[in-house]
Design a protein around this ligand. Structure first.
Ligand code: SAM
Length: 234
């Protein structure tokens, strides 16, 4: 039975793909890779390039605009779901590739809902991936949680008030999507005395990986979209 596979490809290092992800990518008839800006390289596709044979497999680079505007996002999700459903109807296995894990702040979550509502007959299998959080903790040698500790993951775009409350309530706070809030977060670290217990990790698992633990190095840096922070209790 033709199947849609949601394949987590990890943070960007091809060696951080699971064996199952690699097998499915080699076998799939169609690979669908998301990109946010037309013409840009898809990080997910770059990560799996060596496992895909474009002479034998169809590669679709599909644009999902980076916006919270549902009137632009919903048509992009529906279009992707229709493209995939069309391939599945002709008996093809489709792998939708996603950075990190498919169920952690991923476009696939929206697609899954559309499939369940509009294409309930389609078989779906989700292959978990190594998330940016796990990889960042590993390269920075920072424990995420131990013993009775609690950890929380927050998109920094939730706002500085949410981050402040989280710092009070959890031993570990992981902030994703830090770019738009970067200056405010650094200021909060100074105000709360956390400058020595935070680390900034960008493009983890890639040749452009950067790990910063010194607040003045962080202040001198301009982050890109693929960056996160792990803040431990002081
Ligand atoms: C839409 S979320 C995707 C998370 C992804 N599904 C995962 O499991 O890691 C995008 C955010 O994840 C983080 N991220 C993803 N890949 C990253 C990487 N290679 N290095 C650092 N942060 C990354 C950044 O905070 C980025 O803004």
């Amino acid at each position: 039975m033709a199947t849609v596979y949601a394949v987590g490809v990890g943070p960007g290092d091809p060696e951080l793909l699971t064996r199952k992800a690699e097998r499915i990518l080699r076998q799939a008839d169609v690979i669908l890779a998301p990109v946010s800006v037309p013409g840009d390289a898809s990080v997910a596709h770059e990560t799996v390039r060596e496992f895909v044979d474009e002479t034998r497999q169809e590669l679709i680079i599909h644009q999902f605009p980076m916006t919270s505007d549902k009137s632009r996002l919903i048509p992009a999700w529906q279009e992707a779901a229709a493209l995939i459903a069309d391939r599945v109807a002709s008996g093809k296995d489709v792998a939708f590739i996603t950075i990190g894990d498919p169920l952690l702040y991923s476009t696939f979550i929206y697609l899954l809902r559309i499939f369940r509502e509009n294409y309930p007959q389609i078989a779906i299998e989700i292959i978990p991936g190594i998330s940016s959080i796990n990889t960042a903790a590993a390269v920075a040698e920072v424990p995420l949680a131990e013993a009775e500790e609690k950890m929380v993951v927050i998109p920094a775009t939730a706002g500085i008030e949410s981050i402040t409350k989280a710092l009070e309530a959890y031993e570990t706070v992981v902030l994703l999507k830090v770019k738009p809030m970067y200056a405010d977060i650094l200021e909060l670290l100074r105000q709360t005395g956390r400058t020595k217990s935070a680390c900034f990790v960008e493009r983890v698992g890639s040749a452009r990986q950067k790990v910063l633990t010194d607040i003045s190095d962080m202040a001198a840096h301009t982050p890109d979209y693929l960056s996160l922070m792990i803040i431990r209790q002081a």
